[in-house]
Design a binder for this molecule. Sequence first.
Ligand SMILES: [Mg+2]
Length: 315
Amino acid sequence: MPPLITLDMTQPLNLGELKLQILHYVCSGAYDSEVAKVLSEAQTYVEARTGEVSRPAIVLDIDETSLSNWEEIFHNDFGFFAEGDCDLNSKRACGQGDWDRSARAVAIAPTVDLFNAAKAHHVAVFFITGRRDVWGERDATEFNLHKVGYDGWDGLYLRPQESNEHSVAPYKTWARSDIEAHGYTIIANVGDQWSDLANGHAERRFKLPNALNRALAAGGWDHPQRATLAAPVAGTGHSLNQIDRALLAGIVEHGLERAFDAIAADVQRRGLTFNKDGKKIEGADANRAELRERFERFVERSMPLLRRLGILEAA
Ligand SMILES: [Mg+2]
């Protein structure tokens, strides 16, 4: 296993060290267990909600959500090559299109579990992928999904050739509204990129961790990546604990003005409580007050540094 290297955030990141850190993250099993945790939350929600909604549906992204392309990503040393053939026995780059058409991606097992649980509860399942609707892609994608255990989905959207926006978000938003137009209620939307989840049209969004690659979006870094990268701020004597990371992710996602209410609502929905002086804080109001205190302390203490490091945009 490659060594875990603490990143010095006082200088621009060294790309080679960052790759080693991501290798460690994957090889140690941390990536798989973080993915599994989010999918188990999604499954719990879907199973609880199914009886309460007429024509419930879930939406799954494909790459790094339903299928893992780790073999290709590792072969390409985290690079992206749109064209060219893919021979993993060679030392040449593996072209994305050829890799997709070879249908060799493996299952993300907890997503297969979620898929099967949804089907068992009569919840419709739709795949919405950024893979292009070009020759060979649909057949290969369907073949690959079947091969690894997905069976009986209700629809598969591929990105039309004429969809040319910078981000896949507008196309994916359209696809979800199309599903709703067919009478479904989307109770859960699961993806590894924020562009999978942007713009609503789902009761709940489940964001899988993904340090492996990022679809370009207008907002710069992927939000959780910002929070993750902000964690080992070595050399500055500053690091973020888990609560601070959640606060940072909330601020990045909702903006400073609306962050507290959004985080407080999330904390309450999850039934989370705080500890103080080794004791559990009882009662919603007392926990909200504690959250308020921690939030304000975080903003005062950490925001100037996070802005200076470029992790948050300057106000
Ligand atoms: Mg994806």
